[in-house]
Design a protein around this ligand. Sequence first.
Ligand code: UDX
Length: 427
Amino acid sequence: MIGHGYVGLVTASIFADAGNKVNVIGRTPEKITKLKSGDPLIFEPGLEEILDRNLKNGNLNFTLDYDSIKNSKIVFIGVGTPSGKDGSASLDQVYVVAEMIAKNLGKNFTVISCKSTVPVGTNREVEKIVKKNAPKNAKFAVASCPEFLREGTGVNDTLHPDRVIIGSESQDAIDLLLELHKPIGGERVITDLASAEMIKYASNSILATKISFSNFIAEMSEVAGADAETVLEAVGLDNRVSDKFLNVGIGYGGACFPKDVKALAYIGKQMKLDTGILDNVEKVNVNARHRFAQRVIKNANGKKLAIWGLSFKPNTDDIREAPSIDIMNELLKAGFELSVYDPQAMGHIRKIFGDKLTYYEDKMKALKGAESLVVLTEWNEFSSVDLSVVKKTLVNPVIFDGRNVYDPAQMKKLGFKYYSVGRKDIK
Ligand code: UDX
């Protein structure tokens, strides 16, 4: 496995736990040292135990050295594919790694497979690079085997995926990948390289579309005086739609949806297609953050706010493309003072905002002196909090709830002013 981010590290650990010998190759010595000592470098529930177990039994090894590829049957590429300025996926790391793999291929047949999300055609390019740089008689085949794990539930998602996608022209590669995935659940979809690459982008984009559609219905519901949650719950009862990914709020963030929607739109534009559907998914998402920030700016009773939740979603320390970043920037620009709390993500946020924010290790302490509370991530500890204590601690009993964590009827009963998404304000 080349790369030890969320995808690389979780997948490598699960394959090691299933009894395979897995070498994880990185490029930063300090990170490899930490990983060797059992520090996963990321917060992912359940991962540390698996890492520890497989370091001890020797199934998992971390190294800077590509030499281990010589004896590998399968090499996965799990490096980052960040968004370029134009929305395209930057493939520099994938191509550099492909060259390194080629130069280290051994005598045996090797499958080279991208776990990273890559645009249609990338695996072909990888094939060309490997061909150009590999020893003359090297036997290899390229396969696309995209990963669908979510952060926060990565271990379970990897063990029990809905489907395993394998795209390749080589039956030997398909057979090896099927064997590797034997202990893992889910339907098998065997297809060609381009379709496998497209499946990943199409999957992430349809989920992002459901979220943006829901947030548009939320915006409409606020104007119409309807309740978006009731509307979408009823819509989701139609099993052709399903009730998943219809949660309204301040939109999607993270390392995948924002990047992949933009990348698919970029690919469509290269093909001279009308990409309006994807462009608008992105537009509604950006607007969901802005709309929420403006509602806070318009309705807050003072200039001191407490912010609960900074990660892009609960159960992760990840803040990549987190709505909290845009919202806090907008609030700071409007002259607010922000006291922030998050159970996992404060270290990362501090690196961006420095002393522009005041950081609290205790969520209740963050409320002291604050004139309103703003909730930006639905961590469990926020929904289970004693709201009567929250009310007593805040200067004004005002809550802006970007994730619809609380029940409006209860907020009314407790005497809060309460603003949530797609639902009537409680004033
Ligand atoms: C996503 C895909 O789910 C996963 O299959 C893929 O491999 C990587 O991208 P992830 O980014 O970890 O996973 O998180 P996910 O749980 O899908 O949530 C993404 C974002 O959408 C979060 O910001 C979340 O808050 C938001 N979201 C999700 C909503 O706003 N509403 C919803 O109904 C669901």
